[in-house]
Design a protein around this ligand. Structure first.
Ligand code: ZN
Ligand code: MN
Length: 488
């Protein structure tokens, strides 16, 4: 028996606009309940929606980044939706003429690059939020009702939970990079719905299980786990009952219970006709002009996948370091300016990953907000490359630079961080380290299994005693000399 998972994704991305999709209410997650609402997003009779131009622009930009065709003519449809969190009883969405369609999105997987087809991307409005079981009531907060969403739907091109995971992270990186969404998943600004079924090959025949759509996942981890769970569940269900097949059994909507690690049946999946779509008579269709398209194209930055690949080929960074730096657009752009300012690229890359990004992380800000100038960043990399300060000392120096505007060389002098290449001083540190670490010295001399580790340990000790000031290559040489002298 051979099993092949078939996975498509539906993603809802909250667009980073100041106001809602069809009214002027502010998009505010933190406002008191039902304080950012008006007659339009409350769905009062006679109120009229007006299209948010910025939301349309951001959606177009994303469509272009996903290599979609942008429709020259697009319209709005009502999708019947009878729940208390959207009091109009319909959601304004786009049905048969979506704003973007027929795209391609490339991701890098451990098995190589993969190109995934994007079926469509369309604009719609979000619903409010229900809070169940408050006493014996359900409370409804409509602040979120009417928030602009971009719904992106892929073709079922993903073939494993791992691939889906990579796709989702790459898509998040893309929308953040484009500045079209903050895509903060804790805040529900990006939600994933994998559509999963399994092709099973047995006795020279292929069987396909019904499709399950797992609703509203808000972490990459749950995307991965829910897909793994579905593949196993569906395979087992088919083994139990060979009629568990698409067409013979209904497709399903399922909910993911992260605590129990299982998905639960919610309801049979709606077909499009259940939603009774029809064109919204209150909204005019949008004709996308060449000028609008040209403006959007011109504001497309280099996309993260392309930039990451370029950082590897052009700068020689490792894939992992490139990924870390490119993850945040402003950081990636800063890095390029620092290299352009003359920083040796290898050292600068390591400093971004090991020092600057860590310092920024500790302070919950971006590297660009650390208050260190491009020149400062470039200078620090140069000091290491020319051997004026060691890599270890540079980390200390980086932190000191946060609170002092002086050039790094001056700070290094004042803090006594300049690398010491004085052989006598270094030899004294080596002597001290040998005296304090008897066992390591014995291992380094005579224990073939531990020789290398023990020598490395001694090197670390000398660096520590020197306060990071010793020149590592000089330290290495003096340690070897001393060891061979001891061996006689
Ligand atoms: Zn409103
Ligand atoms: Mn939707």
């Amino acid at each position: 028996m051979q099993i092949r998972p078939i996975i498509g994704m539906e993603i809802h991305v909250q667009l980073a606009t100041r106001t809602k999709m069809f009214c002027g209410c502010a998009v505010r997650q933190d406002a008191p309940p039902n304080s950012s609402v008006c007659e339009v997003c409350l769905g009062q009779p006679g109120s009229l929606p007006v299209i948010n131009r910025q939301a349309f622009r951001l959606a177009m930009l994303t469509g272009l980044a996903l290599n979609c065709r942008i429709a020259s003519h697009t319209k709005w449809d009502r999708k019947s939706y009878y729940y208390p969190d959207l009091p109009k009883n319909y959601q304004i969405s786009q049905y048969d003429l979506p704003l973007a369609a027929g795209g391609l999105f490339e991701i890098d997987t451990p098995q190589g690059a993969r190109s995934l087809r994007i079926r469509r991307a369309h604009l719609e409005e979000d619903a409010g939020k229900n809070f169940h079981d408050v006493g014996d009531c359900t409370l409804v907060d409509l602040n979120r009702a009417g928030t602009p969403l971009l719904e992106i739907v892929t073709e079922p091109d993903l073939s494993s939970a791992e691939e889906a995971y990579i796709f989702c992270t790459e898509l998040q990186r893309l929308v953040v990079h484009l500045g079209v969404s903050e895509a903060n998943m804790q805040k529900g600004q990006m939600r994933f719905e994998p559509n999963v079924n399994v092709a099973i090959e047995a006795d020279g025949q292929e069987y396909r299980t019904p499709i399950a759509e797992v609703k509203n996942l808000n972490s990459f981890r749950s995307v991965r786990q829910a897909i793994e769970y579905e593949v196993a569940r569906q395979t087992a269900a088919w083994q139990e009952d060979h009629d568990y097949q698409i067409g013979k059994r209904p497709n399903e909507n399922r909910g993911w219970d992260a605590e129990r690690g299982v998905s639960d049946f919610q309801r049979g999946k709606e077909a499009a006709h259940d939603y009774r779509y029809f064109p919204d008579p209150d909204l005019v269709p949008v004709d996308v002009t060449e000028a609008m398209l040209a403006e959007a194209r011109a504001s497309l930055p280099e996309l993260p996948v392309a930039r990451r690949r370029r950082f590897v080929t052009e700068y020689g960074l490792s894939i992992k370091d490139a990924e870390t730096i490119v993850d945040h657009r402003a950081t990636a752009e800063l890095f390029e300016r620092v290299v352009a300012a003359g920083a040796p690229v290898e050292v600068a890359g390591k400093q971004f990953v090991n020092a600057w990004l860590k310092l920024a992380n500790d302070r919950a800000c971006a590297v660009t907000d650390l208050g260190v100038s491009e020149t400062g960043l470039a200078e620090l990399a140069k000091l290491v490359a020319e051997g004026t300060v060691s890599r270890t000392a540079a980390t200390t120096l980086a932190e000191a630079m946060l609170s002092r505007p002086d050039p790094p060389r001056r700070i290094a002098e004042e803090l006594g961080l300049l690398q010491v290449r004085d052989t006598d001083a270094t030899a004294r540190w080596v002597e001290e380290a040998f005296a304090a670490n008897d066992k390591a010295v014995r291992d380094a001399l005579a224990n073939p299994k531990k020789m290398q580790a023990a020598t490395g340990f001694l090197r670390g000790q000398v660096m520590k005693i020197s306060g990071g000031k010793a020149d590592p290559s000089l330290v290495g040489r003096l340690i070897e000399e001393r060891l061979s002298a001891l061996r006689g």
